[in-house]
Design a protein around this ligand. Structure first.
Ligand code: ARG
Length: 605
């Protein structure tokens, strides 16, 4: 709901209460009460039962959660008395429903409020109140969001892509709503797999291929050496299992600081980062800092000392593995392994050291790890050990690990996907092919760049248009769809709105108050725009991008239906200006939503 409308409603609700309770009328109290009520109102949805043409929409009663309990009961009394007055905002109970209220507003005022709010805040619309616009903003808190986190010299798989897309959205969401956000990429660049890669490189690698296409070459080496291990394991012959042992040995040497191995590792690492950076740029994703597992293998030793001192480290009799017993998980999964029998660190050890270091660096209020469902137990263990070590960890809750499902069947024309770059390239190629056959896509001068952005948008929307914990099947047909609910559909709606503003023949006059936007069609669209702020809050509480995607798709359907009703060309000045403002507000809202999802809105296509 627009902040203005929200404030009006709060004042209206409070007016009756204040009348009967003069003690609340002191200025500071009144202001606090209004703020409390303002914050507690949500516009959940516009239901069919309400008469939009008269500016009625449903407010969910159960959502009126004011913090001050005395005030809450007074309000309840007030609402029960079913206030009906002739002022512009008016509340009454919806027949038969205990939990819903009808909020009545004068349609003309609603149009003015909503459009005013959008024009004032523009790129901040949905995230701030217009009354905040000139105030110095101090951050609401510090949030660390860790996302993407691929492994060096191994393919960037669909799970990393999802983490990148979802994590970027979450970081944007916090940033826009006033938090200080630390965007972290935690590269997997340490562990037994690295020892094995070093062995593989000695066996199959060469400098020339590494120079030409590092990622492809390292991937080939990685596959071959892992095949060796698998073959030897199958033969079940102890002597034969030497590749695995060599890998372990190499990793042990790396942990001890072997200069030759570390040089090689350093080189693979740099090449991989260079390669990832290009893909991130294309996706419009950035990070505050790159951290990596290797930063923490030394700190891991300190951590192990500390665990010993605090009597938290136990040893498994059979395997010799060192573990901490955590309380947070099922009985048979309580052992969180920290130390290998040969004294080297594990993935979890480095993650614990990293979390402690992050707290030292950022003193965060919240931390989120955006990582696939499959690592659920790992993060339960991480949280469990942290809770044993640090008081601040008591605040970690379920959204500490932001989980997501699998992408099934992601493949290109050349076969199963190995590199993200291949998917982005193919999306772009396919976009170009489709655009060439369409009359509606005119932007041929810039075809390559536009097709690349469209490809990325399409992949992002396909990913975010479902609850994140669901698995989904990747479909080129869905990605490329220009009509149905897709990324291209959203971009198309945006560029059509831009083109209307460019070609309508009159300049937008933001000082002019809109008139005549009182019809059912106009009010539905206006109230939908007004709801953006509430959807943001929903997304923030659940960290679910799907709410935003669904909201934007609905917005575009409403806008597409609005072109017939609201002409801008050949109209009287007032009508043309009002209609133009309605489309302008729709465009700003759509653009804000797209940016939040990590999509660059296209002005022409
Ligand atoms: N590199 C890991 C992988 O590809 C993901 C890292 C997730 N983040 C973390 N702090 N453990 O599986």
């Amino acid at each position: 709901m627009s902040a203005f409308l929200r404030r009006k409603l709060a004042e209206k609700l409070l007016r009756g209460v204040m009348r009967n309770h003069p003690e609340l009328r002191r200025e500071s109290d009144a202001d606090k009460c209004t703020q409390d009520v303002v914050k507690s109102i949500r516009l959940l949805k516009v239901t069919k039962k309400t008469d939009i043409s008269r500016g009625q929409f449903v407010l969910n009663f159960s959502d009126l959660r004011v913090q001050n309990s005395q005030l809450a009961s007074l309000l309840q009394e007030q609402l029960n008395a079913e206030i009906r007055t002739d002022t512009e905002v008016n509340v009454s109970r919806l027949e038969g429903r205990q939990d819903a209220l009808i909020l009545k507003g004068d349609p003309q005022r609603i149009a003015e409020d909503v459009l005013h709010q959008v024009k004032q805040l523009s790129p901040d619309y949905g995230y701030k109140y217009s009354s905040d616009i000139n105030t110095q903003n101090t951050p609401k808190g510090t949030v660390v969001v860790e996302y993407s986190s691929p492994n060096i010299a191994k393919p960037f798989h669909a799970g990393h892509l999802r983490s990148t897309i979802i994590g970027n959205f979450i970081a944007n969401l916090y940033e826009k709503t006033g938090y200080k956000v630390i965007r972290l990429n935690f590269l997997g660049d340490w562990g037994t797999q690295f020892g094995l890669l070093a062995v593989g490189y000695q066996r199959y690698g060469n400098a020339e291929d590494l120079e030409t296409d590092a990622m492809q070459h390292l991937f080939n080496v990685y596959v071959k050496v892992n095949q060796d291990v698998a073959r030897e394991e199958e033969s079940k012959n102890q002597v034969e299992q030497k590749t695995h042992k060599l890998g372990m040995e190499a990793y042990r040497k790396m942990e001890k600081g072997d200069p030759e191995l570390l040089n090689l590792w350093q080189k693979f690492r740099e090449m991989s980062i260079e390669n990832y950076s290009k893909v991130y740029e294309r996706l419009g994703v950035h990070f505050t800092e790159y951290h990596s597992e290797s930063m923490y293998h030394k700190m891991s030793q300190g951590l192990i000392q500390r665990l010993k001192q605090e009597n938290l480290l136990k040893f498994d009799q059979d395997t010799g593995i060192g573990y901490v017993e955590v309380d947070t998980v099922d009985d048979n999964q309580k052992k969180a392994s920290i130390l290998k029998s040969d004294g080297t660190s594990l993935y979890l050890t480095r993650d614990i050291a990293a979390a402690l270091d992050r707290y030292e660096r950022y003193k965060f209020d919240k931390i989120h790890y955006v990582v696939e469902n499959g690592q659920h137990l790992h993060f339960q263990h991480l949280k469990g050990v942290l809770k044993k070590l640090e008081p601040w960890a008591a605040n970690l809750d379920d959204d500490f690990h932001v989980k997501f499902g699998l992408v099934i069947g992601m493949s290109t024309r050349h076969g199963k996907v190995v590199f993200l770059k291949d998917i982005l390239d193919e999306a772009k190629e396919r976009m170009i092919e489709t655009m060439k056959t369409k009359e509606t896509t005119k932007e041929t001068g810039n075809l390559e760049a536009v097709a690349d952005i469209l490809g990325v948008s399409a992949i992002i929307i396909q990913d975010l248009n479902q609850c994140r914990q669901n698995n989904y099947t990747f479909s080129w047909q869905r990605v490329l769809n220009f009509k149905a609910d897709s990324g291209v559909f959203l971009q198309y709606a945006h560029s059509r709105l831009c083109s209307l503003e460019r070609n309508c023949g009159i300049p937008l006059d933001i000082t002019c108050d809109p008139v005549h936007l009182t019809s059912q069609e106009a009010q539905v669209l206006l109230l939908h725009i007004a709801r953006y702020e509430d959807v943001i809050e929903l997304a923030l509480n659940s960290l679910e991008p799907v709410y935003i995607v669904q909201y934007l798709l609905q917005l575009c359907h409403l806008v597409n239906g609005a072109y017939v009703h609201f002409k801008v060309k050949d109209q009287s000045r007032d009508i043309a200006q009002a209609n133009l403002q309605l489309f302008h507000a729709s465009r700003i809202t759509l653009a804000n939503g797209l940016c939040l999802l990590g999509i660059q809105p296209l002005e022409r296509m």
